[in-house]
Design a protein around this ligand. Sequence first.
Ligand SMILES: Nc1nc2c(c(=O)[nH]1)N[C@H]1C(S)=C(S)[C@@H](COP(=O)(O)OP(=O)(O)OC[C@H]3O[C@@H](n4cnc5c(=O)[nH]c(N)nc54)[C@H](O)[C@@H]3O)O[C@H]1N2
Ligand SMILES: Nc1nc2c(c(=O)[nH]1)N[C@H]1C(S)=C(S)[C@@H](COP(=O)(O)OP(=O)(O)OC[C@H]3O[C@@H](n4cnc5c(=O)[nH]c(N)nc54)[C@H](O)[C@@H]3O)O[C@H]1N2
Ligand code: SF4
Ligand SMILES: [Mo]
Length: 821
Amino acid sequence: MDISRRNLIKTSLAASAAAAAGITLGCKKKEAVQEPVKQAPVETNKIVSTQEVDKWVKGVCRMCGTGCSIYVGVKNGKMVAIKGNVDSKTNTKGFLCIKGMNIWKVAYHPDRLTTPLIRKNGKLEPASWEEALSLIETKFKEFHKKYGYDSVAYYGSGQCTTEESYTFNKIWKGGFGSNMMDGNPRLCMASAVAGYLSSLGSDEPAGAYEDIENAKCIFLTGSNTSEAHPILFRRIARYKKENPNVKIIVCEPRKTQTSNIADLWMPSLPGTDLAIFNGMAREIIKNNWQDNEFISKHARFTQGDGSNVSSFDEYIKFIDKYTPEYVEKVTGCPAASIKQAAEWFAKSGATMSLWCMGLNQRSNGVWANNLIHNLHVITGNFGKPGSDSFSLTGQPNACGGVRETGSLSHLLPGCKPVVIEPWRKHVESYWKVAEHSINPAKAINPKPGFPAVKLFSSLGGENENDKPVKGIVISTTNPAQTLPNLNKFIPNIKNAFTVVIDIFPTRTAQLASVVLPAAFLYEKGGVYGCSERRSFLTEKAVEAPDGTKPDLWIACQIAKRMGLEKFIAWSNEEDIVKMAEMAWNDYTGCTANSEKTLAGATYKRLKESTTGVQWPCPSEDHPGTYKRYVRGMDPIFDDPKKYGLNIPADADMYFYGRPDGKINVFMRDAEPKDSEKISKEYPFLMTTGRVIEQWHTGTMTMRIPETASAHPNSYIEIHVQDAKKLGLSQGDMVRVESIRGMNILPVKIVNMTLEGVCFVPMHDQKGNRMVNFICSDVVDATSGEPDYKVSAVKIVKISGPEKVDDRYVVTKEELDNPTFS
Ligand SMILES: Nc1nc2c(c(=O)[nH]1)N[C@H]1C(S)=C(S)[C@@H](COP(=O)(O)OP(=O)(O)OC[C@H]3O[C@@H](n4cnc5c(=O)[nH]c(N)nc54)[C@H](O)[C@@H]3O)O[C@H]1N2
Ligand SMILES: Nc1nc2c(c(=O)[nH]1)N[C@H]1C(S)=C(S)[C@@H](COP(=O)(O)OP(=O)(O)OC[C@H]3O[C@@H](n4cnc5c(=O)[nH]c(N)nc54)[C@H](O)[C@@H]3O)O[C@H]1N2
Ligand code: SF4
Ligand SMILES: [Mo]
């Protein structure tokens, strides 16, 4: 498995060049490019596509948060290829990875859902759209009347378009007056959002990918970039190859493909790396490598919720216990590595940190984010080219669609918390709803709605005595496979009136009361905003299959039936592209006076653009912003009053997210208090995550031959010494078990992790290989994000050769009979 996977990673990187040329590997045909986009820069024509198409339609990759821009090749009204956009500022040179190249194929898979289904007497029966929507209307009206508006929830996704997320958000918060809506970014980006909000006062990075090519040191932590953001990794690897003096540090428990390009790999036991970050800060200050000028101008030392003011001296005292030796003891990272990393980080002249789920999915995920921001403040690594504290987003539209539109239970458009009164009033007035309509007093919950894990804990049956949330719409996400500790949540999803909108049969659809068949991204179009604040319009390339409908259309039908026809003005529009444009205009109008302004990113401009637009972008003639918080680069400085901000006239750099314009440097303990600890019975720390070929629950990538065959089933990676102790050989079958649940998995022995640490990927749909039965459902107390990276397990060899069933996906026939074994 090991060897074939490595080859595949190599092949997929090689294939990315082919993708840039629009070549479908193994099927070379000769044809010239036909560009639909006006003003296509000359370079585009250098790459001649070998794919015969009628037209190439501009868009963005459906998969990861890198945000690669693409063209979809269409012939006879069908997609036939995807090629990279060589003008892209993101996937420079038009490279794509194996998922991006092949994703169009899912649209034609025979498992596509093409008719609504309604559960009758325990069976999901085909129904008309009218029947399905009427049932939803009846149930929702009944619940609203009987149990209040918070009894009906929405659970969305960082894979919905911005127009879809904004529309559902407006329906729920403005139309129903309920904040009972959340989404899968809660499982993903919530700690990063809370980290940016508490440290800088404004969500999302100050810089952009452009910083990579300006950095002298790149600190990658809790990010397996090579597999989870492969084309961005390619960019980093190419830069490193051309500039060998640039230092790359990888800090995480496993020595992944990402660490292959690193000068230094800093291992740590899952959950412990906050000690490393405090230790690096201590080492920096002990050696006097800090940037005193930056600190005196821009740092505010604090603790707890940030209301107390402390001093630099108190901070120094606080981190004093994190000596390299102490840190080595608690993390497993050699003391010498901590000293080396501190030196490179502080002295490089331009350091960029990039992190992802290894930091966010933790019981102390927000604090981990705070500590990375700390390192950037004390070394002055903000605001300069190549310097930034940059959280990588996982999903293609978690930033644009969910963070920026505020489609989580505690946020409003502009990513500002619902509890912030002036902004809530602004949104109420923009939406033309009465004051206090958002979060009315009749709500059964406190001001914000419930974050995902609490939401799914609160889902119940339809009668009075059951849990308070009775009905839910789930769009573009598969929580019955991706929530932690699944045994706890599966019955709740089943008991509630659950509406699932998906393109395929899934683990969640198996539990649904109503299933609605969705159109795929390239069959509807819409805006995605990637990790670097860049919004990009995907144009509708082909018609959706008969029977399927875009999520936006479904949202509008629900709005209409719930009496919100006027409130969601685009619900009366017939054409999906016009509908999306109206939703976009409404959204960008709502946030035009915030620092996230995309007022200049009109649909017309987005249609013409081959590079997308980075906010803040206040007007159509503004180029978009590479670097925030810097005068001359960030347009907020030109007219701060417009955004309700005060920026001193003489400030060249000002962190306006916070009222004093400074960044909080937090004193944070490193101990992961709430995380599960190993014990005699459960002696291994299990962490979970991704592999390059698969996407989350495998609904799509397990249906693409190229990606499915590369990674047909899950496994457990364990350290060679641990394998020896357990008497395990490569490929042996084991039972992996926590106090919550278990899996039966083949063993993959590696020498690339700390002893006592094991890793299981999250993509397998087979019941006894779904790792989320095992995962801990402890959450970060501030962000509500689950601790997917830390669970205590035991590993037991199973006697006898047990064959691993090959690739498994839920079929249409199995929609009525979920088997989880
Ligand atoms: N191929 C592929 N790409 C994807 C996705 C996918 O499903 N497949 N999903 C996308 C999404 S939504 C996301 S959020 C991103 C996730 O992207 P990543 O976060 O890069 O991916 P993961 O594999 O979840 O986790 C990254 C690493 O965190 C490490 N880690 C575990 N515990 C700790 C710890 O305590 N500290 C540190 N420092 N590191 C730790 C793990 O060993 C793992 O290698 O990927 C995106 N890209
Ligand atoms: N153990 C473990 N669990 C994790 C994580 C982890 O690292 N470890 N990571 C967490 C993270 S970061 C994330 S982001 C989540 C992701 O978890 P999910 O979002 O639950 O997983 P996906 O497989 O991406 O689900 C997307 C669904 O949308 C469907 N779909 C595709 N296109 C469309 C469309 O246009 N419309 C509609 N309606 N549906 C569509 C797909 O078929 C699929 O079923 O998982 C979380 N769970
Ligand atoms: S790196 Fe991400 S965005 Fe780019 S092609 Fe691959 S999956 Fe798509
Ligand atoms: Mo994610």
